[in-house]
Design a protein around this ligand. Structure first.
Ligand SMILES: [Zn+2]
Length: 157
């Protein structure tokens, strides 16, 4: 089952990852709830509150603000995004443990060639394994919606 990702959002995810490196970037992915395949129509970068590098923790107040802004536009939180500046886009044991059941886990990993790669996962119940999804990018206007309500939130680092 593919994940549908708008090309401008893909660019924003990778830009957030590059800007945060060597720390991890993190944020929230939004789209119409219940749609299959999942369509990611908006990305809100959140402050990484993790005390240590090599980890991420979403800011809970920013999360609630983004969730409310999304709801006003008919968008649900589909999952989270974070980056691995020093590893590939595979979920770590901690990522699986912390993942919300049923939610997407999008990870941008940086390979030894210093190129970012994106992978999509959904953690299985129990937090020890994850299913990988293929990512389809789209630049068609068919799936495009107005992202203005999400992007102007004063959440970008
Ligand atoms: Zn991770």
């Amino acid at each position: 089952m593919p994940i549908l990702l708008l090309r401008p959002i893909l660019r924003r995810l990778l830009a957030a990852a590059a800007a945060a490196a060597p720390a991890e970037a993190c944020g929230v992915l939004l789209g119409p709830g219940g749609a299959a395949p999942a369509r990611i129509l908006a990305f809100a970068p959140l402050t990484n509150r993790a005390a240590a590098t090599g980890a991420f923790a979403l800011d809970p107040r920013e999360f609630l603000a983004v969730e409310a802004a999304g709801r006003r536009q008919g968008l649900a939180v589909l999952g989270t995004f974070h980056s691995h500046p020093h590893a590939g886009p595979l979920p770590s044991a901690l990522d699986l443990e912390m993942a919300w059941p049923g939610h997407l886990l999008l990870i941008a990993g940086r390979t030894r060639a210093r190129r970012w790669r994106l992978a999509a996962w959904r953690a299985a119940a129990g937090g020890t394994s994850a299913q990988r999804f293929t990512i389809s990018t789209s630049s068609t206007s068919k799936t495009r919606i107005e992202l203005g309500g999400i992007e102007p939130l004063p959440l970008a680092p």
